[in-house]
Design a protein around this ligand. Structure first.
Ligand SMILES: NC(=O)c1ccc[n+]([C@@H]2O[C@H](COP(=O)([O-])OP(=O)(O)OC[C@H]3O[C@@H](n4cnc5c(N)ncnc54)[C@H](OP(=O)(O)O)[C@@H]3O)[C@@H](O)[C@H]2O)c1
Length: 359
């Protein structure tokens, strides 16, 4: 496989730090550029992050002394150093859309963790196991942007990263409706307990904008390319409630689902066990060998024992049983900053590289 130089935009943030650790020993990608706000620009990565380093492993030695660039002012410089960039920044949506398109127009593809472009109709939003074929829309996006190589591709929100993969292999039974209550970790808000002490022994029943994302984004993932746009699927309808819980990493979802043709419990477990996608077929470096893991024990999946399964890239499922109002209910969980954020974006970049879009 060809080797690629990559940049991290928002390198000093929670997701940016996760990119730095994931890319430290990546077999295909080497970090050659770091960028963040004007506050960090001109400082070494170590100085810019200061006391904010939130990873359990130390800052990569190879990046400590790299000088952080200004994400908005140094676009040409970053683009000259990197074959493509990962982007995770805390800015207004219209500013993010403009920033990401500016990188694309500088012929530097962007793999984004931000939500700003998720509903731009010619921007693919991809979970590589579910809709790897949506990357074909990049041709139309390049035409709109007037680029040869540059484009923006995004990953979906961390909240849905457990229940959409669990529902996807069951689509053949005709899902009529689904309900998901999510219990989301504080790292999803870019926080640690040190920086958010109010979350210790607490639950906040509101995460701004999260329920809308959790209900709308699955329809784009299940959508189809028609001409120069991706058209959202009409269903299945999903209703959600998203709660912030005192967990450092790992989003759990309690899911209820009904079908046109109700499968048996054994059939559902077989579908989950047999499920794999393009990420496994292409043997991408960050792909879990087994994407969906079912646990028979009644008290699993648990955050502490399951979140790092397959390097935090798998989905853990348990407690599948009949329900009195829906056909079935179950619980599922995924690591929100690995599979749900930086890890999912690295896997998407691997897919794009394997498909030839980074050349
Ligand atoms: N945390 C998660 O699990 C998660 C999951 C999925 C998606 N996301 C998304 O990823 C993005 C980043 O989240 P995060 O949790 O990593 O946030 P964060 O920890 O607050 O980090 C924000 C980053 O954005 C940079 N930034 C802020 N203003 C900027 C500007 N004007 N120009 C350039 N860079 C600027 C910051 O640089 P300075 O250090 O210089 O200020 C920092 O690197 C958000 O859009 C978020 O919604 C997060």
């Amino acid at each position: 496989m060809k080797h690629y130089n990559v940049g991290i935009i928002g390198a000093t943030g929670m997701v940016g730090q996760r990119f730095a650790t994931l890319l430290e020993n990546h077999p295909w990608f080497t970090v050659t550029a770091l960028a963040a706000s004007a506050r960090s620009a001109g400082k070494t990565y170590q100085a810019a992050v200061g006391g904010r380093w939130a990873m359990t492993t130390p800052m990569p030695e190879s990046m400590k002394d790299m000088v952080v660039m200004d994400a908005a002012k140094d676009i040409e410089k970053v683009a000259s150093l990197a074959d493509f960039v990962f982007c995770a920044v805390d800015m207004k949506k219209d500013e993010i859309r403009a920033l990401e398109e500016a990188y694309a127009k500088a012929e530097c593809p962007v793999v984004s963790n931000n939500s700003a472009h998720r509903h731009t109709p010619d921007v693919p939003m991809v979970v590589p196991e579910i809709n790897a074929d949506h990357t074909a829309i990049i041709k139309a996006q390049r035409k709109r942007l007037g680029t040869k190589k540059g484009f923006v591709a995004v990953k979906s929100n961390c909240s849905l990263q457990s229940y959409v993969p669990a529902l996807h292999p069951l689509m053949g039974y005709g899902i009529t409706k689904a309900l998901a209550c999510t219990y989301q970790a504080i790292s999803g808000a870019g926080k640690t307990f040190e920086r958010w002490p109010e979350m210790v022994d607490n639950l906040i029943p509101y995460i701004g904008g999260e329920e809308e994302k959790s209900e709308k984004e699955p329809l784009k993932l299940w959508g189809k390319i028609e001409g120069d746009i991706i058209v959202d699927a009409k269903g299945p309808a999903i209703t959600t409630q998203c709660l912030r819980v005192p967990v450092s990493d790992g989003h759990t979802a309690a899911v209820f689902v009904s079908f046109d043709r109700k499968p048996s419990i054994e059939e559902i477990k077989e579908k989950w066990a047999a499920f794999s996608g393009e990420a496994q077929r292409l043997n991408l470096p960050s792909a879990p060998k087994q994407f969906l893991h079912y646990f028979e024990e009644p008290d699993r999946p648990q955050i502490k024992s399951e979140r790092m399964l397959e390097n935090g890239m798998a989905v853990s499922i348990g407690r599948l049983r009949e329900d009195s109002q829906y056909d079935y209910k179950f619980v599922c969980m995924s690591h929100n900053t690995l599979r749900g954020a930086a890890g999912g974006a690295v896997l998407l970049a691997e897919l794009l590289a394997a498909q030839g879009y980074m050349d």
